[in-house]
Design a binder for this molecule. Structure first.
Ligand code: PHE
Length: 366
């Protein structure tokens, strides 16, 4: 029996020390295989007297179980170590290397719209929006352009082939002015809003694209006159171009929805082949550039929108956002705005962290 104990201890030690599955397997064969020493011992039970057998059998069986458990435990440990090692060496790296610097930029049109919102917010204007798929009434009729009005022909309108469910003729809005109507009808007076957004006209060359951006301004209040319009535009343009020497010239013009209507020109000089805004357009080396359309809101428009024109007056203006961006950031081909060329965007785009603020300069470049 002492011999059994010491062989068992030796076997258990050998199992514990085995460092691979094959070694454990040969230890198993050596002890528990058909010819193994434990199996041989079990066979000797048959020749024993019943008393002896009763005493020996449990001892041998216990040794067998102990060795078998140790072998199974060791096998499992070695197998999971193998799996563990495999998991470590077999890794598949699904991550991409981090880019060296942020790649995206804010488009100049978005940047300019943010700048305008910031400037006008400071003057108490809220931002309003309207649909790009507009109906004929909001885009034209309510703006004092009835069906037969010749000004309609000047807008190169994209019409939809079918009327909507209520029989309205639908189109892509040709200007942001329908937001004037929607604001007056939606919120009543007084009003102080800007409405930036996309507009569409069937026109395409270096300075015209079928889709472009406008920003509409509308103020409705009591006793509003042209002086308010002029001050507002001057204040806005000085803040936008970040120059105090912006000079405006108001020229009589015509829009069906404003009366009187004024075209606003801005003085500029040519420096190194580029137009640089600033200065009196009549001064030597200077000229005037047409910048935007505006005027006192026609009382027929105020009436169409359901307000009393004897109580409420206002002014409105509409300006091309793309054009403002081109002037401020010295870009000369409008079509490049909508090509989506990343090289152009990297060059002319803005850092998303460069939020326009009045204190830091609305056009600060990172
Ligand atoms: N809607 C006009 C245009 O697109 C611009 C404008 C707006 C003129 C508001 C006067 C008042 O040409």
């Amino acid at each position: 029996m002492d011999e059994l104990q010491s062989r068992k201890e030796a076997a258990l030690q050998a199992v514990a020390a085995a460092d691979n599955i094959d070694a454990v397997e040969s230890l198993r064969v050596e002890a528990l295989g058909k010819q193994g020493w434990v199996s041989q011992l079990l066979k000797t039970l048959g020749q024993m007297s019943p008393e002896e057998r009763q005493e020996q059998a449990p001892v041998i069986q216990a040794a067998r179980t102990e060795i078998a458990d140790a072998i199974a435990g060791r096998k499992e440990a070695l197998e999971s170590a193998v799996l563990e090692a495999q998991l470590v060496s077999d890794t598949l790296d699904l991550t991409l290397p981090a880019p060296e610097a942020p790649q995206g930029t804010v488009h100049p049109v978005s940047q300019v719209m943010d700048e305008l919102a910031e400037i006008f917010a400071d003057m108490g204007f809220a931002v309003a929006t309207g649909p790009e798929v507009e109906d004929d009434w909001h885009n034209f009729t309510a703006l004092n352009m009835p069906e037969s009005h010749p000004a309609r022909a000047m807008h190169d309108t994209f019409y939809f082939p079918d009327a909507d469910d209520e029989g309205r003729r639908m189109l892509l809005r040709t200007h942001t002015s329908p937001v004037q109507i929607r604001s007056m009808m939606g919120q009543g007076a007084p009003i102080r809003i800007i409405a930036p957004g996309r507009v569409y006209r069937s026109d395409s060359d270096a300075t015209h694209t079928p889709m472009f951006h406008q920003i509409e301004g509308l103020v409705i209040d009591r006793d509003i006159h042209l002086g308010h319009l002029k001050w507002t535009l001057e204040t806005f343009l000085k803040a936008f171009f970040e120059r105090e020497d912006i000079v405006l010239r108001l020229r009589p013009s015509y829009f069906p929805f404003t009366e009187p209507s004024v075209e606003v020109d801005v003085g500029f000089a040519i420096e190194k082949g580029r137009r640089v805004l600033g200065g009196d357009g009549d001064a030597p080396g200077h000229a005037w550039m047409e910048l935007l359309g505006s005027g006192v809101v026609n009382r027929r428009v105020i009436e169409s929108a359901g307000l009393d024109p004897d109580e409420w007056q206002g002014f409105a203006f509409g300006v091309g956002v793309d054009r403002l961006a081109m002037l401020k950031y010295a870009m000369d081909d409008l079509r490049a705005f909508f090509d989506g060329d990343v090289r152009w965007l990297r060059h002319y785009g803005f850092s998303p962290f460069d939020q326009p603020t009045l204190s830091a300069g609305v056009g600060a470049r990172a």
